[in-house]
Design a protein. Structure first.
Length: 227
């Protein structure tokens, strides 16, 4: 009788619905996908969402699927790492590639259909967000102002980098042609302004022409924020 009751209990347990576990897993994966997509756009204000994606792995860990929990953790960490490191160094394409690679690994190794769907959704989100970001950046370029004068050695270096990074729509103002009381005359050369905010360069304490000396790597990092 005990054996029969034990078999009945096992039978009932096997028939318990698993919808709750699947829902938690889907929530975790969609959270990671959303965070990676926002990271692909380059939204620094979305850092908390990346943290939320990492925290959501706890939902998967509650389940009996430790592999899914590990995969989700790796995705969250790779996205966070790419957001802070590769974007800072001016490598947005590598940032996108790393996050997409994490989704690809998830899609290949996963045995769950919802995992594969969310992985495919994540890759598509990264691609679309990158295209949208490039189109948006081309519109924002028209608000850029480059202040310079020809005697500064950093000016051709900065212009070359801007051309290389396809930042071509901006206004140039030669500081030597400005009146002494012109508000733009109080900036060093080169200075790059976006909507009046200093992206690169600095203000000076007087109206005398001065050069700012910035490394090429610092220039690249500053310009990456415009992409």
């Amino acid at each position: 009788m005990d054996a029969a009751r034990h078999r009945d209990e096992n039978c009932c347990e096997s028939e318990k619905p698993k919808s709750t576990g699947s829902a938690l897993k889907i929530v975790s994966l969609v959270s990671a996908a959303s965070a990676a997509g926002l990271a692909g756009i380059g939204c620094l204000g979305c850092i908390p969402l990346v943290g939320a994606a990492i925290a959501s792995t706890a939902l998967a860990a509650v389940l009996d699927d430790h592999l899914a929990a590990l995969q989700l953790t790796l995705i969250g960490l790779s996205v966070a790492f790419s957001l802070f490191y590769f974007r800072k160094r001016g490598w947005p394409k590598l940032q996108i590639a790393l996050a997409a690679f994490a989704y690809l690994i998830l899609a290949i190794n996963s045995t769950y259909l919802e995992n594969r769907i969310c992985a495919a959704l994540g890759i598509a989100t990264l691609v679309v967000s990158h295209v949208v970001r490039r189109k948006t950046s081309s519109k924002d370029d028209s608000k850029l102002i480059l202040l310079f004068f020809k005697g500064c050695p950093n000016v051709p270096v900065l212009k070359s980098l801007m051309s290389e990074m396809k930042i071509t729509n901006f206004q140039e103002i030669d500081l030597e042609t400005l009146a002494t009381d012109d508000p733009f005359g109080s900036f060093s050369s080169p200075t790059l302004l976006a909507d009046g905010n200093i992206i690169l360069g600095s203000k000076t304490s007087n109206s005398a022409l001065s050069c700012s000396y910035t490394s090429k790597e610092e220039m690249r990092t500053a310009l990456t924020g415009l992409l």
